[in-house]
Write a protein that binds this ligand. Structure first.
Ligand SMILES: NC(=O)c1ccc[n+]([C@@H]2O[C@H](COP(=O)([O-])OP(=O)(O)OC[C@H]3O[C@@H](n4cnc5c(N)ncnc54)[C@H](O)[C@@H]3O)[C@@H](O)[C@H]2O)c1
Ligand SMILES: [Zn+2]
Length: 369
């Protein structure tokens, strides 16, 4: 019998369960049957994921006598648009999907965000299940119910809060993931240790090389603990007024770097990796944490295969990009600052403080490239 673990996401209106099980994808049909699916299932996926998993998944679903419709979108962030969502909606309408029908998001965060959004607006909402196939999606985007697409004026500008009715994770799908994407996901994993769990952070430090080699027990443990932390934060604050902000650690600078790189220079997690270290540097500069904390974070980020180096942009450019992020309050940048590993606090930062730090950091041995 395969080891299965579950994590509950306790939300008042729509609680759901995350199931983590190696080989789950091979049993997708049985899993759907057991879940009690009634109507049609639309399997939304992208071309890359389809190449590895679609045929076998559809076969498995058919075997259980469930009607399915594949919906294949172009891979990558550039297809995360309203236009692609419209294509998904077209298929649903053409195949006469109803309220009792179901969407399955089989893929990374791009597929999950779009399928969830399409599910939230088609006939004012049909159920959907996340079957995440990237590390980012397994530990982050599939949990929490944020769905949406990009607009040419901003990333994730259009969307809704819409919880899935279940999240089914098969860690074996990570075997086909390009190494760069796996490493990018590790940035989010390390983030969870820093914001909420010192012993998890220590576990990651001890097992980083096995994790990168995808040692099965280690991956399952890490995915599970990450989901638990995200679920706990999301349950405490479903609408991002306060506590949910801690999930943004590493993302204030991370998002700025992504934007300045035109969403081409970095994969999201690579920018976040730099953000984790540089925001700790900024916290240290503000007297919020010790240098030891910064160096622990830097070492772990590097061992994950991620860079900690700030690219050469001027402080004005970076500040402006940070202000642009939609998570600013009233023109101020609000950051998440580590006090120690496992504990962070939220607080605003003034432009002059950022500039002082940035000009100093460029001259220091810990500074930027
Ligand atoms: N909703 C949220 O709370 C939330 C949180 C974090 C990120 N996101 C969003 O998630 C997106 C990033 O997600 P991502 O990193 O998963 O990117 P992605 O979905 O683009 O996947 C990365 C690449 O890996 C491929 N791929 C996926 N699974 C594979 C597999 N098992 N084998 C081989 N190739 C595979 C994809 O086709 C793609 O080319 C961004 O749009 C981001 O905004 C959302
Ligand atoms: Zn992120």
């Amino acid at each position: 019998m395969t080891a299965t673990s579950t994590v509950k996401v306790p939300l008042t209106e729509r609680s759901y369960e995350i199931t983590i099980q190696a080989g789950l994808l091979e049993r997708l049909g049985r899993q759907l049957k057991r879940y009690g699916v009634q109507g049609k299932v639309g399997v939304v996926t992208d071309r890359h994921v389809a190449r590895h998993y679609l045929k076998s998944s559809l076969k498995e679903i058919k075997k259980q006598g469930i009607d399915s419709v594949p919906i294949i979108v172009a891979p990558g962030e550039r297809s995360k648009t309203l236009k692609t969502v419209e294509q998904i909606l077209d298929v649903l309408a053409r195949h006469r999907f109803e309220r009792s029908s179901m969407l399955l998001a089989l893929g990374g965060g791009v597929v999950g965000d779009m399928a969830g959004f399409a599910a939230s607006i088609y006939q004012r909402g049909i159920p959907y299940i996340q079957v995440p196939t990237t590390l980012v999606a397994q530990v982050d985007s599939s949990v929490g119910g944020k769905t949406g697409v990009d607009h040419r004026l901003g990333k994730n500008l259009i969307g809704s809060f819409y919880q899935p009715c279940a999240v089914w994770i098969d860690p074996l799908t990570l075997h086909t993931l390009p190494a760069r994407e796996l490493v990018a996901g590790l940035a989010e994993v390390i983030k969870y240790g820093i914001i909420a769990d010192e012993s998890f952070f220590a576990y990651l430090q001890r097992h980083m090389s096995e994790l990168r080699r995808q040692s099965p027990g280690i991956v399952a443990t890490v995915v599970k603990r990450s989901c638990e932390i995200k679920a706990e934060v999301v349950a405490a604050d479903e609408r991002e007024s306060d506590r949910r902000r801690i999930l943004n650690y590493g993302h204030t600078i991370g998002h700025a770097l992504e934007a300045l790189g035109g969403y081409k220079s970095f994969v999201h997690g690579e920018a976040v990796g730099i953000g984790l270290v540089q925001e700790a540097e900024l916290a240290c500069f503000q007297g919020i944490c010790s240098r030891t904390v910064v160096e622990e974070i830097r070492r772990t980020v590097n061992e994950a295969g991620l860079s900690d180096r700030m690219p050469r942009w001027t402080s004005q450019k970076i500040w402006k990009a940070m202000l642009h992020d939609k998570k600013v309050s009233g023109g101020r940048v609000v950051g998440v600052w580590p006090e120690r590993i496992g504990q962070v606090r939220i607080g605003p930062i003034e432009k002059y403080v950022f500039e002082q730090w940035y000009s100093g950091a460029r001259a220091s041995p810990h500074g930027h490239a």
